[in-house]
Write a protein of this length. Sequence first.
Length: 377
Amino acid sequence: MNHKESSAKSSIQEKSLRLYEALVSGRGMSNLVQVASKILGNPLSVSDSSFRLLDYSRDTEVDDPVWHDIIVHGMSSLEVIEKFNKEQIIDRVLTSDQPILISDGIGKNMNRILGKICIADKAVGYVGVFEVNHPLTEEDILLTSILSSVLSVELSKNPAVSKLTGTLLENLFIDLIQDTAMEEDEIEHRLRASKWYPHPNFYLLYIPIEASIYTHYKIEYVCSYLSTYSSQVQRVYINKSVLILVSFRDQEELSPFWETLRTLLTTNDLCCGVSFPFDHLRKLRTAHEQAAYAFTYGKKLSPKSPIYSYDEYYDLYLIRELQLKTPLSDYAHGGIQNLLQYDKDHNSSYASRCSYILIRSTIYQKQRRNFLSIETP
C-alpha cells in the first residue's frame, strides 16, 4: 500500500469513527445528520422508504428541485416520484450493494449520492448527499455507505420507522385474517394498546407484491401517501401482498379517497382488489378473501382498470361456488352444448367469446349502478 492509499484509508477510518461517536452520543437524528454533513462537506437529507422527510442538514442552501420539493412539503410529490419511476432510480439503489452516484436524469444539473437504509434486511429509508460545496468522490460513496449503517441503528429507535418491521396493530390484523380465536374484549384491548380508534365501517384493499424490488417501493409510497390522507388508513403485509384497511363513518366521506387512490395506483402502475364494506374487524378474514378474489377476476376481465371491486364480480363468485357443488352444465340451455360441440369440431371459440361478451355486459351494467366507478374512461 503506497502513501496515498494509506492516507485515504486513515481518513475514512477517522471520519467513520466520528460518525459512530455521533451515534453513541445519544443526541438524536438531527445531531447525527449535522455531523455527517460536516464530515462529507455537502448537504444531505434522510427520508423513510416512502420519501417522507425525516431530517436534513440546514447549514447550506441547495438549488435543486428534488431537494426543494421534499424540504418544503415534507414528502416527495407525485411529480418527483414519477421521475424516479421513469429513471428507475430506486430500483438501482435497492439492487446495489453500495450507494450510487446519480449524474444524469434528475442528477443532470447537480450530482448526488443516494443510498438505502436497511433494518433486518428491509429498506426502511434513504440518505441523499448533494454535490454543492465540493465534487463527490469515491470516498464519499464509501462514507455514505457507513452513514447508512449508522442511520439504521438510529432509525431502529424511531417508532414511525420501526412500525415497518411489525406493530401491535399489524399483528392483530394477521391474527384476525388467520382466524385466531379471540374474545371480543381481547380485540378491544389490543386496539386500545395499539392506540388506533377506527370508525365503525371498513373496506379492505388487496395489492399483491410482485417479485421486483421496485414494486415494494411503489407500494410503500402508495400506503404512506394514503396514511397521510387519513389516520384511519392502516396496512399489513401478509402472504406476499399488502392489505390496506380503510375505516370510515359513511360512504359520502370516501368519494375523494377513491379519487386519490385511483390517481396513486395509476401513477405507480399498480392495481388493487376491494372487498364489500363491513362493520366489524372479525370479518377481516372474509374481506381478505373477497378483495383477493376481486383482484384475480378483475385483472383478467378489466386489465386497464386500477381498482377491482368485489361487488362487480360477486355474481361470478356465486357461479364458481355453485360449480364446485353441482356442474352448471346440467342446467345449461341445449343450444350452449351444441355451440360447444361446434367449437370442438371446427376448432373455433364462439362459446368463449359469447361468454366474455355476456360477462363484460353484466359488469358494465353493475358499474353504472355502483357508487364506485371501476372502469377507466
